[in-house]
Design a protein around this ligand. Sequence first.
Ligand code: BTN
Length: 323
Amino acid sequence: MSKNDKDLDYEIFKELKESNNYLSGQNLANKFRISRQGLWKHIKNLTDCGYKIEAVPRLGYKIKNSPDKLYPWELRYNLNTKFIGKNIYFKDFLNSTQEFIFKLAQSGSPAGTVVVAERQKKGKGRMGRAWASPKGGVYLSCLLRPKSILLKDVSQISLVIALACIEAIKKETGIALSVKWPNDIFLGNKKLGGILCEISAEADKVNFVVVGIGLNINSTVLPKEAVSLRLHTNKSFSKVSLTKEIFRQIEAYYLELERGNGKKLLKEWQKYCFLWGSRIRVKVLDRTIEGEAAGIDQRGYLLVRQDTGLIDKVSSGDVIKIM
Ligand code: BTN
């Protein structure tokens, strides 16, 4: 089987990553049936990507330092998912991963395709807002092609993705986060991350859903209402490990939703939401509703108890806690 250059970059990266010792250049070249000069070209590709690879005469090569960038080969390494992240596009700088993946979706890319960027120039937030996307954050979009989730239940996806991110971050870092309906991720009283779900549908049939996730991980320059894990703890975290865990968690929960087990997940989501019992103001497209946050229904819609006692159901909007 003949391998292309990118496959070989990955294979050589894997060999080096898995070894605690120096790997002989000659052995590596023999293993992949390439010349020493060919091997050097692949090592150079890796060093150009930011890896510090030490080359010691008579001993060989060893990775001394990795750049913690969301390179496809880093994310695929021991990922063990069924479909999320099998197909990854990496960009250092993009306008928006949402824009990019929407085109891929329209041209038939498979479910589970992911686009990641180190920075975005025109990151898109919910309700037409911009999403600040400086270096240090995780910015990714993931393509889903639901088979059994109906259009009326699609908002469940965005809540469950928030749940997946919160639990993945807890598992990887031990840091406890909360959520504000529908999917704003909070650390204390500041926003750490957000999710943007965009849907292509005809009549009541969902063609595809693109889920955009923005998380402030090691970012240091952010708007005043936002926080990152780094700003909160003064420590840096591995974006690669975190993103892989997010892929695994998203896949597990999304498959549960497809199997019709949304109720259980929404119940779990409710435990993380800090609005219950508070007085809130919800900005919906053409109106503002005020009342008490009373819960969510089985589709993930917010229930607001008005002063009259009537319950209003909100499918999308922006919530402010006022008391
Ligand atoms: C929000 O407003 O809370 C949602 C923010 C979503 C931002 C992410 S970053 C990756 C993806 N690409 C975008 O342009 N936006 C989403």
